[in-house]
Ligand binder design. Structure first.
Ligand code: PFF
Length: 476
């Protein structure tokens, strides 16, 4: 008997959840710096072009495949393709890896929020103007603490995911996303009124064509990789969320909204973090990655006097919400896959148990990253030259996992998916799904050309860029 699949409670709930998946650490600590470093406004234009001609096409495809098959990523790919069904496994493996270090980073954010909260309570004591560096290195070498807080972060995600799509994920995001937006605006207002703030805005926005002229492939690859990570593509998240979508929903419009909101938050995040970072020590400050968040910005809060820790609490809470809303989508990819497999075999489905079982490998991988402390604790690490967006500490386990998931598996997954849809499954099937219940697909011709030609070529470029960077080659 066909069991009816759960659906999102409302279109708003679905959109907020998908935006929640997209808005994450990638927006806050990677995008603003990548933009400033790779041509400012010129980079934004490259990014938007890629987001429209590659990102939108892939997102539309993922949502449509999910809705059409009503299955999570593994089942969905296996159902629509004989030759490429196995790429569903890539889309299960990458979220597992990403989730493991996302939890450690999320745990760090919880630690920082607590730190600032304690300063609100007990006064700005340890908060000397340059205490950021000391706090950060103390945190990294405190391995048990890192593990405990990573577990707390994972625990929060489990509590949400065990309650299901409507009662857990949708409920969290419907409140979390608007709250995140309000907090972001509060932080921006404070940041842009700091003395010297305009330098940060200039760094991010000033158009500069030099990087594009000097290393065109490098810039495309950076923008493409950032776009993939930021839009949560090729990780099964959008297929999974799409599988709970009702037939009435307009997939193209939803994908457009998600991409617009994600890009808006990424640019706004720049207005929140870069002016503050520049106000502190100009271009000397660390402007990206964990160090931006945990050293530079903490120093900024420490220098603000009494109100500093209050802004600190708001800021780290904002980052925690962004991280949780992304991490739950990663967890859900795996949960849905297992639930679907069990339902197909008519086995009982216990979401709580399933979510708990997924935690076993996650905790294992997470423990390695937490104990390694971003390379601070002298652990042996496999070869690692970070090309990821999230990490930036070469030679640490986080960067190894990041490079693997985000730098290699994700672009390969995206490339194969485009080939599968464009050349095997057929874009007409995606069109039919999108046009259900009278929805229009005006962009179909463009979509077909993009999926068959533009996306594979771009994915190859991105992949070449990554590989050349990993091995230090200059390909073009
Ligand atoms: N989009 C998230 C970010 O920008 O940090 C990362 C991410 C979450 C990627 C969920 C993929 C995913 F399925």
């Amino acid at each position: 008997m066909d069991k009816k699949r759960t659906q999102w409670g409302s279109n708003f709930g679905f959109i907020m959840s998908a935006i929640g998946s997209a808005v994450g650490l990638g927006n806050i600590w990677a995008f603003p710096f990548k933009m400033g470093q790779n041509g400012g406004f010129a980079f934004l234009i490259v990014y938007v072009i890629l987001a429209v001609f590659v990102g939108l096409m892939i997102m539309v495809s993922e949502l449509a495949i999910g809705r059409r098959t009503k299955l999570g990523v593994l089942g969905a790919y296996q159902k629509i393709s004989k030759r490429f069904g196995w790429i569903g496994w890539l889309a299960v493996l990458s979220p597992l890896i990403l989730l493991s270090f996302y939890c450690v980073l999320g745990g760090y954010c919880v630690e920082y929020m607590c730190y600032n909260l304690s300063e609100v309570a007990f006064g700005v004591g340890a908060g000397a103007a340059d205490a950021g560096e000391t706090i950060f290195s103390n945190m990294l070498s405190n391995q048990l603490g890192a593990l405990i807080f990573a577990l707390i972060f994972l625990g929060m995600c489990v509590i949400i995911v065990k309650n299901g799509i409507k009662g857990g994920i949708e409920k969290f995001n419907k409140i979390g996303m608007p709250a995140l937006f309000v907090m972001l605006i509060i932080i921006i207002i404070r940041a842009v009124t700091l003395p010297g703030a305009s330098e940060g805005i200039k760094f991010m926005l000033e158009p500069n064509l030099e990087p594009l002229k000097n290393d065109f492939i490098g810039v495309i690859s950076t923008a493409g990789c950032q776009m993939f990570l930021s839009l949560s593509l090729a990780m099964g998240a959008m297929v999974t969320y799409g599988s709970y979508l009702g037939n009435k929903e307009n997939i193209v419009k939803s994908a457009g909204t998600i991409i617009f909101a994600d890009t808006l938050v990424a640019v706004l995040a720049g207005f929140a973090v870069l002016p503050a970072a520049f106000a502190l020590n100009g271009s000397e400050a660390v402007l990206s990655g964990p160090k931006l968040l945990f050293i530079t910005l903490q120093d900024v809060f420490n220098q603000m006097g009494f109100v500093g820790p209050i802004f600190g609490v708001i800021f780290y809470l904002l980052v925690i919400i962004a991280a949780v809303s992304s991490a739950i989508s990663l967890l859900e990819v795996i949960a849905t896959m297992i639930i679907d497999k069990r339902e197909a075999k008519n086995k009982p489905v216990d979401r709580v148990k399933i979510t708990a079982y997924i935690c076993i490998p996650v905790v294992f991988l997470m423990a390695i990253v937490a104990i390694d402390g971003l390379g601070a604790n002298g652990m042996w690490t496999p070869f690692s030259k970070s090309v990821g967006i999230i990490g930036s500490f070469n030679d640490c386990w986080l960067d190894f996992f990041d490079t693997l998931a985000e730098g290699i598996l994700m672009p390969i997954g995206g490339l194969l998916m485009a080939i599968m849809i464009g050349w095997e499954y057929g874009t007409e099937n995606i069109r039919d799904e999108i046009m259900l219940e009278g929805n229009k697909f005006k962009l179909y011709k463009l979509y077909r050309v993009c999926i068959r030609f533009v996306v594979p070529v771009m994915m190859l470029l991105i992949l070449f860029g990554q590989i050349s960077e990993i091995f230090g080659l200059k390909l073009l």
